[in-house]
Ligand binder design. Structure first.
Ligand code: NAD
Ligand code: MG
Length: 383
């Protein structure tokens, strides 16, 4: 029996994780669930999944939950409670599914405590990739990727890295794949959040529309699989059936396929190295539309190009990219800037930040904060 901690339980990945876990009560027990401030949502999950601990970052929300939570659930609060539960003695696996840089601290906590990290929070690797991978190595923790592309590559790489030529991340192209670049300035947040294939949280949906999601994923892959950007390629595949590919020197290409449902990757992260059912419908290739593949248009998906530049710049540049992106996406969702301003804000923040080396967690956090401030000031000048 494995005890599971689900950080970001009320989100899209969190709910899918609880769904898979509930299918295997003989294998998993929900030890703890967390949310930022959604105490009503977390209470519903407490009633259904009966965790030992429920954590809310906001104190007031935690107080509200304490008043109504079912018996036997201990309600904890604050950011430090996330770190503590991620490294808790009783925890075996930690699902890192908080959105954004806010998920980094608890991911590090799980890494230092030697846990299995089921990593959905790609931002942890983008912010502090080298430090995180070192922490994992030192403690004997393991990272099993949950991002569907990285899960696919991780699954293919079980065949070994010998003779590896390159990896190729597939990208759906998001909701604006067939929309002309010139028309994108009038895009609304609602349109940007309407992903054609995947049901996801708001932030990652906008990242998909700008393709910054793929940019973050290239950085994520470079740390996870220890590969330079030159060996990581992106291909647009609108049907989201081929989840990614691994190319070998002998001409062989391995890939993992499946319907676009995150429960496959979540299930694999839980059961690895074995497999079990996840609730995902079987893929019938004879019933799929033709599978298409083409190179991304970098004029339209400027964010992808900027992400490659950030990797080249190195040091704190990927962290700055992530911080500026979070600030810009938030401003876009609040109708403060246009869709095409997102890439402009990120580019300017990167240009105005020195890409110094970050060798401590404190310097990663400082770089993140300074980059956020700079991006915010650029947005207010934009008004
Ligand atoms: P979501 O917005 O649906 O849920 C986010 C969760 O994080 C919620 O439980 C929320 O309460 C919590 N949260 C938000 N801000 C927080 C804060 N400051 N402190 C603590 N908790 C906070 O997001 P999601 O779509 O489930 O994505 C979660 C992560 O998984 C992201 O890093 C995303 O990039 C990654 N991911 C998601 C998908 C997907 O299909 N949704 C696919 C691949 C990777
Ligand atoms: Mg992905």
């Amino acid at each position: 029996m494995k005890n599971i901690v689900i950080l970001g339980a009320t989100g899209s990945i969190g709910l899918n994780t609880l769904d898979v876990i509930a299918r295997h009560p003989d294998k998993y027990r929900t030890l703890a669930i967390s949310a930022h401030s959604n105490w009503k949502g977390l209470n519903e999950l407490c009633k259904k999944h009966k965790p030992k601990y429920a954590i809310l970052v906001e104190e007031e929300a935690a107080e509200n939950l304490r008043n109504i939570s079912p018996k036997g659930v201990e309600v904890l609060s604050g950011e430090s409670a996330l770190d503590n539960i991620a490294s808790h003695d009783e925890a075996d696996f930690v699902m890192a599914a908080i959105v954004g840089g806010a998920g980094m601290s608890s991911t590090f906590s799980a890494a230092m405590a030697g846990k299995r990290i089921m990593l959905a929070n790609k931002e942890s690797l983008v912010l502090g990739g080298a430090l995180l991978m070192n922490a994992v190595k030192k403690s004997g923790a393991e990272i099993i990727p949950v991002d569907s592309e990285h899960s696919a590559i991780f699954q293919c790489l079980q065949a070994g890295k010998d003779g590896l030529n390159k990896i190729q991340l597939t990208a759906s192209g998001g909701p604006f794949l067939n929309r002309p670049f010139e028309s994108l300035n009038t895009v609304t947040p609602e349109e940007a959040c309407k992903h054609p294939n995947w049901k996801m949280g708001q932030k990652i949906s906008v990242d998909s529309a700008t393709m910054m999601n793929k940019g973050l994923e290239v950085i994520e892959a470079s740390f996870l699989f220890n590969l330079p950007a030159s060996q990581i390629e992106v291909v647009v595949h609108p049907q989201s059936i081929v989840h990614s590919c691994v190319y070998y020197d002998d001409g062989s290409v391995l890939s993992q396929l499946g319907l676009p449902d995150m429960r496959s990757a979540i299930s694999y992260a839980l059961s690895f190295p074995e497999r079990h059912s996840s609730g995902v419908k079987p893929l019938d290739l004879t019933k799929q539309p033709p599978l298409e593949f083409f190179p991304p248009d970098l004029k339209k998906y400027k964010c992808l190009e900027i992400a490659y530049l950030a990797i080249k710049k190195g040091g704190g540049a990927p962290g700055t990219l992530n911080a500026a992106n979070e600030v810009a996406v938030d401003a876009f969702l609040k109708n403060k800037i246009g869709f095409l301003d997102i890439s402009k804000i990120i580019e300017r923040t990167l240009n105005e930040t020195p890409g110094q080396n970050l060798d401590t967690l404190a310097s990663v956090v400082e770089n993140d904060q300074l980059s956020r401030q700079l991006a915010l000031s650029l947005i207010s000048k934009n008004d």
